[in-house]
Ligand binder design. Structure first.
Ligand code: ARG
Length: 475
């Protein structure tokens, strides 16, 4: 029988040491050490709050704060110490307590008065999510800017808009780029939502029931930068919705990046040749000398799986857990950290890849000139001549079929032929049959008319400024 060692956070009622495999299995320091700066911030706030309720003297607060600062400084510069000293730490909470006891002797054991790791871990993790969301927002802002700049550069380049990957109606390339910007702006809103969801301080919730010493919860929340305290101690130690919200925001970003990537991969294919891939963001083939592959976009698209996996993983862990803290909740961190790191890493690539991509305006323009894209304009023309839309649709269908039968381009049929299909066709019909007229017609707000797109660009510039100051602004 192995004797108990007494530097654990628990063990008074135990007679034997844990099984070595189980002990290694249950420890979380290897990954929750990442929370150390937050743990120390929470410890500092807690130490201060222990004085007004008579647990700490003013000197003890001072000594504890000084020791915490020393630990924080050492941890920042001396990774080897964190590795070796942390080798026996169960988790980040244990690590700090052990280090405090090294510094202060038995005073180091006093800080944990009236509190639980259950509330600590929830608080640290919330603080992490708030910072993480701001970091990702900053990275997204540079992608949004790159899309905006390309939209400005290519403001009047037309392209063949598609639905079902079939030629549909002409649109502007700038309109297409702004469509992607919209989806990333929604991600910014989701990041803000995740940060708001994390913005409530659990400290004072204890293990599940609350605090018996009358600790000033609001003072702690304020000190840590939370705007409020959590409302229910039991919920506070159970709740990981903020982590789900953050993972959902990350999944949204990954999914939107994947769609952008897919568009660029297709555009880079020889069949489309809409873009010229930048050397800086492409790779070659070890076998085929001619190849330039869009690996940057393919990898961005490929990352989506693991980000979505992290969300599904946490949802699965949470499903079926009873209310209150359960050790299963320790499984919340690794995948979220990994998903955050992957998205942060991924976002270093697309803004550069977007900015350095050259659009093949000639090719885009020539595809936009496909007469098939103007069929809807022809139907709209007949509507303006008083024909109900369904009939107009049908007549244009007949016109297309007739041109096909004659082996002619339908937009070039003489008026006499058109009159055979409908007397409503007149000489002004020719005016609507061009890309510029089709684009200009879409002049509603949010439409692809050049005027609407120019307005959308200036609106986006304004919205980007607003969004950047709300969350994630560089201090
Ligand atoms: N390491 C744990 C976690 O990450 C926190 C400690 C709570 N442990 C406990 N036995 N109550 O969730």
């Amino acid at each position: 029988m192995t004797e108990r060692k007494d530097d654990r956070l628990w063990g008074g009622r135990f007679e034997r040491e844990p099984n070595a495999h189980f002990d290694a299995f249950q420890r979380s320091f290897a990954f929750d050490r990442r929370l150390l700066p937050y743990e120390i911030a929470v410890d500092r706030a807690w130490a201060k709050a222990l004085e007004p309720i008579g647990i700490f003297s003013a000197t003890e607060v001072k000594q504890t704060l000084a020791a915490l600062d020393k630990i924080a400084d050492r941890a920042k510069t001396d990774t080897a110490w964190v590795d070796s000293f942390g080798a026996n730490a169960e988790d980040v909470h244990h690590f700090v307590e052990k280090a405090l006891v090294e510094e202060l002797g038995p005073l180091g054991w006093k800080l944990h008065t009236g509190r639980s790791r259950n509330e600590l871990v929830a608080t640290d993790f919330r603080l992490f999510v708030i910072d993480a969301a701001a970091e990702i927002h900053r990275a997204l802002s540079s992608l949004l800017n790159a899309l905006l700049q390309q939209a400005k550069t290519n403001v009047s380049v037309p392209m063949a808009g598609m639905t079902h990957m079939q030629h549909a109606q002409p649109i502007l390339l700038s309109h297409f780029l702004l469509a992607h910007a919209e989806s990333f702006l929604r991600d910014v809103t989701r990041l803000q939502h995740a940060a708001a969801s994390a913005d409530a301080c659990p400290m004072g919730s204890g293990a599940l029931a609350g605090n018996s010493f009358g600790i000033d919860r609001n003072a702690i929340a304020r000190e840590l930068g939370f705007s409020k305290i959590t409302a229910n101690s039991l919920d506070a130690v159970s709740d990981r919705d903020f982590a789900l919200d953050y993972l959902f925001a990350l999944t949204g970003i990954a999914t939107h990046l994947s769609r952008l990537a897919e568009d660029f991969v297709i555009f880079a294919s020889q069949e489309f040749a809409y873009v010229i891939l930048p050397d800086e963001y492409s790779t070659g083939s070890s076998l085929m000398p001619q190849k330039k592959n869009p690996d940057s976009w393919e990898l961005i698209r490929g990352k989506t799986g693991r980000i979505t996996g992290a969300l599904l993983g946490l949802l699965t862990t949470l499903k079926g857990l009873p209310t209150s803290y359960q050790r299963d909740l320790q499984e919340d961190k690794e995948a979220l950290f990994a998903a955050h790191d992957q998205v942060a890493d991924t976002l270093l690539v697309p803004s550069g890849a977007v900015s350095t991509t050259k659009f093949n305006a000639e090719k885009l323009r020539s595809k936009a000139a496909n007469p098939a894209l103007l069929a809807t304009e022809a139907a709209d023309y007949l509507v303006r001549k008083g024909i109900p839309f369904r009939q107009a649709h049908d007549l244009v269908g007949k016109l297309l079929k007739e041109a096909e039968r004659l082996g002619r381009v339908w937009t070039e049929l003489p008026l006499a032929e058109l009159k055979n299909i409908s007397p409503a066709f007149e000489s002004d019909f020719a005016k609507v049959l061009n890309v510029d007229a089709a684009l200009a017609a879409k002049k509603v707000p949010g439409g692809t008319a050049p005027d609407s797109v120019r307005k959308a660009i200036s609106d986006l510039e304004e919205r980007l400024n607003i969004k950047t100051t709300k969350l994630g602004a560089t201090p």
